[in-house]
Design a protein around this ligand. Structure first.
Ligand code: ZN
Length: 160
């Protein structure tokens, strides 16, 4: 199996959720060879930044933490689905004609990939599409934005 590292480069000017300044990564040198016998750097980063996985705790009170996620789920066969033609959100209808492989991790490439800045109107996964994926018994799902959901009744508040 060929392994692809899909991690985004972390830097202080990278895209952050809602462009909030307090979510920007801070990277600094704590010690270098002018004041120490070792070079030590530090980073302060919101974990909802760059390539990441959301633990259930991110959206569910008392949900499971990221350390409970089996690493076997994160190193996986994967299908990248090109949905760059989709507008606004990924609907169940966008998925029904695809051959989704059971026990594969699914990554959606959308128009979100066309920009390096945060768009509050990012392409998201509509709830019925998420329910459809769950029934397909995939291993997991990822999207090329800092969120997979927005603006749906009963879920998160709309982004303003
Ligand atoms: Zn997240």
């Amino acid at each position: 199996m060929k392994i692809y590292d899909i991690s985004m480069k972390i830097h202080e000017n990278m895209m952050v959720y809602k462009n909030k300044p307090d979510k920007r990564p801070l990277i600094w040198v704590a010690h270098d060879f002018t004041d120490s016998s070792a070079y030590e750097s530090r980073i302060d980063i919101d974990l909802h930044t760059g390539t990441h996985i959301d633990a259930p705790l991110h959206m569910v009170k008392d949900g499971a933490t990221v350390d409970t996620i089996d690493l076997e789920k994160l190193v996986s066969h994967c299908q990248v689905i090109d949905l760059t033609h989709v507008k606004d959100c990924i609907r169940k209808e966008d998925l029904e004609n695809l051959i989704l492989k059971e026990d594969y991790f699914i990554l959606f490439k959308t128009q979100n990939s066309m920009s390096d800045s945060f768009d509050p109107e990012f392409i998201y996964l509509e709830k019925c599409a998420a329910d459809y994926l769950r029934k397909k018994k995939i291993k997991g799902v990822g999207i090329d934005s800092l969120g997979i959901e927005r603006s749906q009744e009963g879920n998160m508040k709309p982004i303003k």
